[in-house]
Design a protein around this ligand. Sequence first.
Ligand code: AMP
Length: 216
Amino acid sequence: MLNLILLGPPGAGKGSQAKSLAARYGISQISTGDILRVAVRDKTPLGIKVRSFMDKGALVPDNLVVEIVAERLTMDDCKTGFILDGFPRNITQAEVVEKMLGGLGEKIDKVINIEVSHKEIVKRLSGRRVCRNCGEGYHIIFNPSIEDKICDKCKGEIYQRDDDKEDTIEDRLKVYEGQTSPLTDFYKKKGLLVAIGGVGGFKEITEKIVNAIESR
Ligand code: AMP
């Protein structure tokens, strides 16, 4: 059983690292951003409610994301553990998840904070592209697809998320700095936080995270 939270600004690499760690430890990745994007794409009732918040780079109301996470945590694939990626995003969500896990007789084992500078984030996010079909991530300079706008893995269409456009990036970073970054102190006080430098090769960063997890 291994229960982790990945913290860090948008574009820190939480999603890719979470996928790699989930595969390595046989645990589930719970990405609220991915779940919400699928709801928006499929125009579900949840998707219709959250779209305007996401397009602006604002946080979706707590009750909606909390409900998603509550449902996911009780699914069978979380029995061996989970990685929360993009949740919690504020202190209220952190307190709710703590209570929720307490009710299930569980707890968070470690919180990994991936640190990347503001300037680096803007560079990464403005060039980021995603496959509309399978969610594979690309970057126009650092990791382009072989064929223009076509996913190497599934041949789906590669697009730029609306919230990765330059104006929205600054708004998302403000939200992160104002609402999400206080979580680092919150988890530091609980003795759960480990800070990892998020600049460098992907595997190198994964290894730093793995060392932090395994030096429990
Ligand atoms: P992400 O892919 O994690 O960057 O999330 C994309 C967008 O989804 C965010 O900018 C928010 O609008 C919304 N979102 C994702 N996770 C949360 C959360 N835990 N709380 C509120 N909004 C969220």
